[in-house]
Design a protein around this ligand. Structure first.
Ligand code: BT5
Length: 321
């Protein structure tokens, strides 16, 4: 079903195509073609029947098929208008054995951060979770969090926002002498000692969101709010479909080439070269963040020597220069 829908969309993208041509190309009946076209119309695609065949006039701004349309990455998309948490739904799909599937919600009512913290997820933002089943040991899973941060940073920069990464999982932007959070990432997994069964990478981006809809204490901002401050002319909203596609395409490329993740992460890092305080389960680590090592370990020079930190909450101490 998913595969056929994708092929119908590909055929429509190539220009006018008649019902019989589509049926032949997809090796399905003409009635099946008609059903797919009707389903796309119901999903908001404007498909016109002309003398030359079906012509695609417009694509909906958001939705599962809209994200799959011309997506250059091999993911199925499950879209929800409203959902508790995309990570919770993605975990269910992962437990059912799904792979390379993305759960997207227009709005979340029970979005979660790390340690079960609340994650505000109003309409206008990008809330998604990727389910994948890489053949790697659990210890390597942090590289997927870093890859997601790089992917979001690239998409945000393409949208004109000079985003940076704070170790391990925040994408920030500098506003005056403050760093404000644009995106958080929550990676969950299940597996045995030598191999993961599944990984869920949850990505939340404040895209077309008002700052007043974000928690006041969180020092958060959005792509739209930044573009407004920066004086962008015209529409400051970024089409959600295109933004999600860019994040998924970058993430797909990075996971296919894990060696490329750390150099890109270092290039975008705001944490390296800064004094940091990291709250870890084993106590506080304070010092200068000097490097990041595979699969996402922060190397901190402290008064007692080098420390390698694999997880924790990081605070930047030195003011932004
Ligand atoms: C994170 O946690 O940054 C991970 C957030 C992951 C959210 C995505 S959305 C799609 C998927 N589905 C989910 O249910 N979750 C994932 P952490 O580092 O623990 O940061 C949480 C803290 O950020 C909260 O305690 C607030 O202070 C702050 N916060 C809450 N909502 C925010 C928002 N929209 N923007 C910026 N900061 C926020």
């Amino acid at each position: 079903m998913q595969e056929t829908r994708r092929r119908v969309l590909d055929a429509l993208a190539d220009g006018p195509v008649t019902g019989p041509e589509l049926a032949e190309r997809l090796d399905v009946s003409r009635a099946a073609v008609w059903k797919h076209v009707e389903a796309l119309r119901e999903a908001g695609f404007e498909v016109e029947g002309t003398d030359d065949g079906y012509v695609l006039r417009s694509i909906p701004e958001y939705g599962g098929p809209a994200i799959e349309y011309r997506l250059e990455a091999d993911f199925d998309v499950e879209f929800h208008d409203g959902l508790g948490s995309t990570n919770a739904r993605a975990r269910e799909l992962a437990a059912e054995g799904r792979d390379d599937t993305v759960v997207v919600a227009a709005e979340q009512t029970g979005g979660r951060g790390r340690l079960d913290r609340e994650w505000a997820s109003p309409r206008g933002g990008v809330w998604l979770s990727v389910v994948c089943r890489p053949a790697v040991p659990p210890a390597q899973v942090p590289i997927y969090t870093l890859a997601a941060a790089v992917a979001v940073t690239r998409a945000a920069r393409e949208a004109g926002v000079p985003a940076e990464i704070k170790w391990p999982n925040d994408v920030l932007v500098r506003v005056g002498d403050e760093e404000r959070k644009l995106c958080g990432i929550l990676t969950e997994m299940e597996g045995e000692a030598d191999r993961v069964s599944w990984v869920v990478v949850g990505i939340g981006v404040n895209l077309n969101v008002d700052e007043s809809d974000l928690p006041a204490a969180a020092n958060a901002t959005s792509v739209r709010a930044y573009r407004e401050h920066a004086g962008h002319e015209g529409d400051t909203d970024i089409p959600r479909r295109l933004f999600v596609q860019r994040v998924l395409e970058e993430f797909d490329d990075l996971r296919a080439d894990p060696e490329s993740v750390l150099p890109a992460w270092r290039e975008y890092a705001s944490t390296l070269g800064r004094r940091v305080r990291i709250g870890t389960p084993g106590g506080e680590v304070v010092g200068e963040a000097v490097d990041v090592a595979f699969p996402g370990t922060l190397v901190v020079e402290t008064d007692e020597g080098m420390r390698r930190v694999t997880a924790g909450d990081c605070e930047h101490l030195r003011p932004v220069e």
